[in-house]
Design a binder for this molecule. Structure first.
Ligand SMILES: Nc1nc2c(ncn2[C@@H]2O[C@H](COP(=O)(O)OP(=O)(O)OP(=O)(O)O)[C@@H](O)[C@H]2O)c(=O)[nH]1
Ligand SMILES: [Mg+2]
Length: 106
């Protein structure tokens, strides 16, 4: 886990409708401590009202200020595109870099 180069991105699934869990905090602190790139996937986001979700996401980002967070629902597919973008960005850096640094066509 600490040294595997092929592990491009960790997806930390956190159930956003339950209060912050110590076990989640421990896992996220561990990922930070070993400098593993990760995204928090806030699952079951459809179960909360818009207000509740906003508060829950704010609490998560307050507690894990360095983390990117994607609100996700397997039921409504909310967050699916954003999550794929994060995965692609983490797994295709060479493609992105070669596109942005490609020499202009003469
Ligand atoms: N409303 C809703 N229900 C979900 C979602 N994801 C999973 N579930 C439901 O939650 C139950 C557990 O499904 P799992 O696939 O084990 O999902 P999980 O995230 O591991 O959830 P837990 O096991 O409950 O911690 C099932 O009844 C699923 O249908 C979601 O995004 N929205
Ligand atoms: Mg389960």
């Amino acid at each position: 886990m600490k040294h595997r180069p092929s592990l491009a991105l960790c997806l930390a699934l956190v159930d956003v409708n339950v209060p912050p869990q110590e076990s989640d905090r421990q896992l996220l602190d561990f990922l930070v401590s070993c400098e593993r790139p990760f995204v928090i996937v806030a699952t079951k986001s459809d179960k909360l009202s818009a207000n509740q979700l906003r508060n829950a996401l704010q609490n998560l980002s307050r507690e894990h200020s360095e983390a990117r967070i994607v609100a996700f629902s397997a039921k409504t597919n909310a967050g699916q595109e954003e999550l794929w973008r994060e995965i692609r960005a983490a797994t295709q850096p060479a493609t992105d870099a070669s596109l942005s640094t490609a020499a202009p066509l003469q």
